[in-house]
Design a protein around this ligand. Structure first.
Ligand SMILES: [Zn+2]
Length: 114
């Protein structure tokens, strides 16, 4: 069975979560079971969407909901995490993980590229 990274979101909204699963069906089950972690209380089952993130690397993550935002970022399920603590400067900012394996806010990423 192939583990895959899925991005969870509510139809029409940007907010989301991350899950590791072997199928869309399984991903949707985890999404629903953990909806209070990533969605609002009024979320309906039919609002739950999952999208397979083809280039995510989830070999090191167990199957299930990924509550560690940074782990999901590192695995490539998230492209960025907002209001996170930058591991470099400790500021609260949008943090990215780039193709060079560098994790940080936009300022630190820029510094890292100089
Ligand atoms: Zn920073």
């Amino acid at each position: 069975m192939m583990k895959r990274g899925y991005f969870l979101f509510k139809a029409g909204e940007d907010c989301g979560g991350a899950v590791v699963a072997t199928s869309v069906k399984e991903a949707k089950r985890f999404a629903w079971a953990n909806k209070e972690e990533w969605c609002d209380p009024y979320c309906e089952y039919t609002d739950v969407r999952v999208r397979w993130v083809r280039d995510s690397k989830v070999d090191n993550l167990p199957i299930g909901y990924v509550s560690d935002l940074m782990a999901a970022l590192k695995a490539g399920i998230y492209g960025y995490v907002i209001e996170a603590e930058c591991p470099e400067c400790k500021d609260q900012d949008t943090v990215v993980y780039n193709e060079n394996g560098f994790m940080g806010c936009s300022n630190c990423v820029k510094k890292g590229e100089l």
